[in-house]
Write a protein that binds this ligand. Structure first.
Ligand code: SF4
Ligand code: SF4
Length: 359
């Protein structure tokens, strides 16, 4: 990080995704296929983040220096928080802003600054819904209430890892990180009680070392608690501990996306998904549901994220799971019929399709 960037810290300064910077007129350009309804903001401190997640470009002990950290430096330019708040208010007067998301990192100042930054945005544009994408370790129940009071209506939490073991290995003690699986769940459940059904979400990443079965069980569990799951795909970040780890094969990602959609929207019963002894999906029955139709709709493969005030997906995190020029892992727009043909090939549905019930 440059000396200038080191002194431009939160709460007075904030990083903003390139898509959002373009949307607000703070940077020139256009983002293909995105109407960028969500303005994603990220706290900035000289140390990046005090946590140590092995896949993250902000991690404390990442082998690359912050100076090399092109992901954050290039794609998340820094602006004064008040200017960003003003631009959000301006945009809201012209049309409407779908949502603002303020992401915390793990830092002693992060809670205090989240409250401050949320208030600034909320004061400038009181009708714009705000998500707080929190680092659970900075919070407790009382603090969740203060964040709500400041203007946030949704709490997002990076659980990222689908199982306790993978969490330990990528975010917790296994990588000298501060994160604790049980605390993440305790914060999610406290937020669920306070903010309401579907007003809390976990970010979940495919490809950190978890099995399909762990992901599927997580989706069922979260649905039961009315906590949303938003899916990301692991994409190795240069300069991180996991930089040489391969991504999940595309057919696996597609099957997980399809299973998640069927669980969340089509009432898929748990026994409809069968796994081999490695925990990989080997069979997917969907009684009474035409899986081909669901696939052709393209919807299971679209990016999911927090809604706008009218209930459409607002946050579609363009390039959250892939880089420009790479194949789409999730589509931040309705896939075209050509896109659906590609998806069908990738999915290789016949290999797992059930033959008992009509599908
Ligand atoms: S807490 Fe978040 S920002 Fe910090 S290292 Fe982990 S994933 Fe990265
Ligand atoms: S889905 Fe988007 S808006 Fe919601 S918490 Fe995650 S990054 Fe923020």
């Amino acid at each position: 990080m440059s000396v200038q960037e080191e002194t431009r810290i939160s709460p007075d300064w904030v990083r903003i995704s390139m898509a959002a910077a373009i949307e607000l007129g703070l940077k020139p350009g256009r983002i293909h296929g995105c109407n960028c309804g969500c303005i994603n903001l990220l706290q900035n401190y000289p140390e990046g983040c005090y946590a140590n997640c092995s896949y993250c470009g902000l991690a404390r002990e990442r082998p690359g220096t912050a100076e090399d950290n092109t992901f954050i430096r290039v794609s998340w330019p820094l602006f004064p928080t008040d200017l960003v708040a003003e631009k959000i208010a301006e945009k809201e007067r012209e049309s409407t802003v779908g949502r603002v998301c303020i992401a915390q990192v793990q830092d002693a100042r992060a809670y205090r600054d989240l409250v401050d930054m949320t208030k600034r945005v909320h004061r400038a544009a009181p009708d714009v819904p705000i998500s707080a994408l929190v680092s659970a370790g900075t919070l407790n129940e009382e603090r969740l209430g203060v964040v709500k009071e400041a203007g946030a209506d949704i709490i997002g939490i990076g659980l990222d890892a689908a199982s306790k073991e993978v969490f330990h290995e990528t975010r917790g003690r296994g990588v000298r990180g501060p994160h604790d699986w049980d605390h993440h769940w305790a914060i999610a459940r406290a937020a669920r009680r306070m903010y309401g059904a579907w007003k809390v979400n976990f970010h979940v990443i495919v490809g950190l070392g978890e099995t399909d079965e762990e992901l599927v069980d997580l989706f069922f569990g979260l649905k039961g608690e009315e906590i949303a799951a938003y899916l990301f795909s692991f994409n190795p970040e240069p300069g991180t501990v996991m930089q040489d780890v391969e991504r999940a094969p595309i057919h696996r990602t597609r099957r997980i996306q399809l299973a998640k959609h069927l669980i969340e929207n089509e009432g898929l019963p748990r026994e409809a998904v069968m796994f081999d002894d490695q925990g990989a999906i080997v069979r997917l029955d969907a009684p009474g549901v035409d899986i081909d139709d669901v696939t052709r709709s393209g919807v299971p493969f679209m990016t999911d994220g927090c809604p706008s005030r009218t209930g459409e997906v607002a946050c579609n995190r363009p390039y959250g799971s892939y880089r420009p020029g790479e194949e789409f892992r999730d589509y931040p727009f309705q896939p075209s019929s050509d896109d659906v043909m590609v998806i069908e090939e990738q999915l290789r549905l016949d290999e797992v399709r059930g033959h008992g019930e009509p599908v």
